[in-house]
Design a protein around this ligand. Structure first.
Ligand SMILES: [Zn+2]
Length: 83
């Protein structure tokens, strides 16, 4: 019997391209773009802002909600962009 392949798929650890912290895939496919879950969500908001889909006020509100529970490294990386 040699069946040790269980759970290997989602256990890979990688470094987030934006906040530089070590993270792992949470199931939102964020590992495909090399970001942690928080930077992935914040990046999506940032795109919506630059595309004009949301206003700066809405961006700030949603971004602050994400950053509230974020890792200090993530917070430091985004601090200057959230008013
Ligand atoms: Zn990150």
């Amino acid at each position: 019997m040699s069946d040790n392949r269980r759970f290997e798929k989602y256990s890979a650890i990688y470094t987030c391209r934006i906040c530089d912290r070590r993270t792992r895939e949470t199931g939102d496919s964020e590992s495909y773009v090399g970001l942690c879950a928080d930077c992935y969500n914040l990046g999506g908001l940032d795109n919506e802002l630059s595309d004009g889909c949301i206003e700066q006020d809405e961006f700030n509100r949603k971004a602050r909600a994400i950053l509230k529970g974020a890792h200090p490294a993530t917070l430091a990386a985004w601090e200057g962009q959230v008013e």
